[in-house]
Design a protein around this ligand. Structure first.
Ligand code: AMP
Ligand code: GLY
Length: 423
């Protein structure tokens, strides 16, 4: 029986920890630092570790005899958590710092994609304003400008015309709007189509696809308004037809694993390809994430029936080819409830009402929440992700929104159309 530790505090980590805690081979699940939702789960224990202090994490793992660490967010991966824990003999699921550059540097990812002939938007890479402006005068609009480094999902600007594009370039390269993350930029072709998230578990060589899913990145109904971390997701995503699935598996995922191995940095962990699928069914890579998506994890974990710890351990040991993954055939749909004002400034500390009215058919994953006395209060932009399972997507949507309407803290905000593209 395994004792496992999840690193992180968001909705993704609540869903990963919840699924791990239900595994028939898991004895105990810890989350560091976790949130109010993980604190309320009887089978999960929050631990107040400083997760940027790797020696402290190692000491905890040794003391508690942890068989597996699963890292939720990208920052610790880019900072080398997997490498450091592995040196101490601790099985930590995720890519090495080198391999995590696929997310940590957009320039690294684009150069990698180009070098290995993996379909992606055409692009240029710049550190100099004059060269970037010069490139822009020869392009058509809209165009996409991206800060090279990690920018918490905010480093991508779609510029409608030359003037806005030039301003954005100056903001990033001169005004340092994204700090170091924006000292190098990518300018890339604007792709048209439908987005999908294709997430796999990889062991350096082999992979097993996690169920397909679709996120809703824009804040408001109909995919308008500012970009967010994601306002809701559902799984499976019919936009990924069996033909597209096959194409992505071969031409994107296997090609990426082969390329990374060839370049001397085999990729182990969750690999997430953000895709744009055009009207002809051709998929191009928008970005890589080296971790699970948030909120895609919530509906996907709702559907996973296999033991997640066994999958991660098989991947760490390079034995994914011996595993199969079992899924609930039903649809899962998750609606993110956020604080009004997100993704900009928002209030905190509002007591959440109605959580105890939600029955077993619906699962509420917490993100920005905290426990204060006997109350659960808001403590972040994305607060909850309310997930429902049903035979049809429409029924899952209805069930999720029925539950959403029972939860309130006065200043909640959510999209009312999650799943609209598939319905
Ligand atoms: P990224 O962080 O690179 O996924 O970008 C965030 C969001 O910006 C994506 O989910 C897309 O909605 C949009 N985006 C990024 N790159 C492009 C592109 N080349 N063409 C159109 N939209 C894009
Ligand atoms: N939902 C998008 C992401 O996790 O990056």
């Amino acid at each position: 029986m395994n004792r496992v530790l999840v690193i992180g505090s968001g909705g993704r980590e609540h869903a990963l920890a919840w699924r791990l805690s239900q595994s028939s081979t898991v004895e105990k699940t810890f989350v560091a630092p976790g949130n109010a939702g993980t604190a309320l789960e009887s089978a999960i224990e929050n631990v107040g570790l400083d997760t940027t202090d790797f020696p402290q994490v190692i000491e905890f793992c040794q003391e508690k005899d942890i068989a597996l660490v699963v890292v939720g967010p990208e920052q610790p991966l880019v900072d080398g958590m997997v490498d450091t824990l592995a040196e101490a003999g601790i099985a930590c699921f995720g890519p090495s710092a080198q391999a995590a550059q696929l997310e940590g540097s957009k320039a690294f990812a684009k150069d990698f994609l180009q070098r290995h002939n993996i379909p992606t938007a055409t692009y240029g890479e710049f550190t100099d304003v004059v060269a970037a402006h010069d490139y822009l005068t020869k392009q058509s609009f809209p165009i996409v400008i991206k800060a090279d480094g990690l920018a918490a999902g905010k480093g991508v600007v779609i510029a409608e015309d030359l003037a806005q594009a030039k301003d954005t370039v100056e903001d990033m390269l001169e005004a340092n709007k994204f700090g170091d993350a924006g000292s190098r930029i990518i300018i890339e072709e604007f792709l048209v189509g439908e987005e999908a998230s294709y997430i796999v578990v990889a062991d350096g060589k082999n992979f097993i696809p996690m169920a397909t899913s679709q996120d809703h990145k824009a804040r408001d109904n109909g995919d308008v308004g500012p970009n967010t971390g994601g306002m809701g997701a559902y799984s499976p995503a019919p936009v990924v037809t069996p033909v597209i699935d096959q194409q992505v598996a071969e031409k994107v995922i296997q090609a990426t694993l082969d390329g990374m191995a060839k370049d001397g940095m085999p990729f182990t962990g969750f690999l997430y390809a953000g895709l744009m699928i055009d009207a002809r069914g051709q998929a191009k890579v928008l970005e890589f994430n080296v971790r699970f998506g948030d909120p895609e994890t919530q509906p996907i974990m709702t559907r996973l029936q296999s033991n997640l710890d066994e999958l991660c351990l098989a991947a760490i040991n390079g034995k994914l080819d011996t595993m199969v993954c079992k899924w609930d055939k039903r649809y899962a749909l998750g609606v993110v409830m956020a604080e009004k004002g997100y993704p900009f400034s928002y209030a905190k500390g509002n007591p959440i009402q109605g959580l105890d009215t939600i029955d077993g058919e619906v699962k509420v994953f917490h993100a920005g929440t905290a426990n204060q006395g006997d109350e659960t209060v808001t403590s972040g932009g994305r607060v909850l992700c309310v997930c429902a399972l049903a035979d049809e997507l429409q029924a899952a949507q209805k069930k999720a929104y029925q539950a959403v309407k029972k939860i309130s803290w006065g200043s909640e905000y959510y999209r009312t159309d999650i799943g609209f593209k598939a319905l």
